[in-house]
Design a protein around this ligand. Structure first.
Ligand code: SAM
Length: 285
């Protein structure tokens, strides 16, 4: 993949239309597989790469939490000003999203927006209860981002990356955090995949008090990869303690299987080096 030399430092993605997606509350929540019981009164919650999504605004209306929308895009000002900065292609994409998935009146309000990059996270050490990253794992360099997010997380807090399209082989108990051949968008190969994920995982496994989990979302890869037994992990969770995360699941038996990543490297023939995992929730019949 060639680098976009015009991109500012914070932008690792070269897929411009992805930069402006605007998912609604339900869509973000289902990707995070998160029970609403996690939104405890007084909780400080940051959505990294919130973009034009309406998740935080609705979260703040529904719960007694301090929800913060965080995105480099907010340097342009409120939503209207951001929209002025978008290219034609980005506008089309943002509007498509709005028509289909969001109410255009929603999106982050000015007092909910903090501009910045996750690489230089402007939150104090151990100040956040929950950090969520909906559809941004594939746009960032995880090795740069994860230490910053972990630093700002309270003990007992959690980071959830939805759409972390990593591979997992539930039968051989291997997690492969580099995505083999995922067809992200209707048959096209996703050009901006999560960067340095293996390095980030290795770093995280060495940190005291961190526990790492991956959750299957039941979407298999291309048929030939499926025959290798790989399932899309879909959700990646980092906890600052050893308590297992709670996930809400669907009826699909491959959906919502939680695996804890152990520090043991493990090799999968033809595919490469991954990490051993232990399943926490047995597969449904
Ligand atoms: C696909 S959009 C996801 C928007 C929203 N979270 C959702 O689910 O609809 C990716 C977002 O990541 C943001 N982003 C890109 N690089 C970033 C960085 N270094 N730090 C924080 N956010 C970043 C982009 O500005 C964009 O809003």
């Amino acid at each position: 993949m060639s680098e976009n030399t015009n991109s500012p430092d914070w932008l690792d993605s070269t897929r411009e239309e992805i930069v402006v997606s605007a998912r609604d509350y339900e869509h973000v929540l289902s990707g995070l597989m998160m029970p609403e019981e996690y939104f405890l009164p007084g909780a400080k919650i940051v959505s990294v790469g919130e973009g034009l999504s309406s998740f935080i605004s609705e979260l703040n209306q529904k719960f007694d939490v301090e929800g913060i929308a965080f995105d480099p895009m907010y340097q342009h000002g409120p939503k209207k000003e951001i929209q002025k900065q978008l290219t034609e292609g980005q506008m089309v994409y943002a509007h498509l999203r709005e028509d289909k998935e969001t109410d255009s009146e929603k999106g982050p309000a000015e007092n909910e927006m903090v501009a910045g990059s996750v690489y230089d996270f402007p939150f104090k050490d151990r100040s956040l209860d929950l950090v969520i990253a909906s559809y941004i794992a594939e746009h960032i360099n995880l090795k740069r981002a994860l230490p910053e997010m972990v630093r700002a997380l309270k003990v007992g807090g959690e980071i959830r990356f939805s759409a972390a399209h990593f591979d997992i082989d539930p039968n051989e108990k291997i997690f492969l955090p580099f995505k083999t051949e995922y067809d992200g968008y209707e048959g096209t190969t996703f050009p901006s995949q999560t960067k340095d994920a293996s390095e980030a995982i290795k770093w995280a496994l060495k940190q005291q008090g961190l526990s790492l989990y991956v959750v299957t979302n039941g979407y298999n890869h291309r048929s030939e990869v499926r025959s290798e037994g790989l399932i899309n992990s879909g959700l990646f969770i980092v906890r600052k303690d050893s308590k297992a995360p709670v996930v809400t699941t669907d009826i699909n038996p491959d959906f919502g299987r939680i695996f804890k990543i152990t520090s043991k490297p493990k090799l999968k023939e033809y595919i490469g080096q991954g990490f051993e995992v232990t399943e926490l929730v047995p597969a449904k019949a």
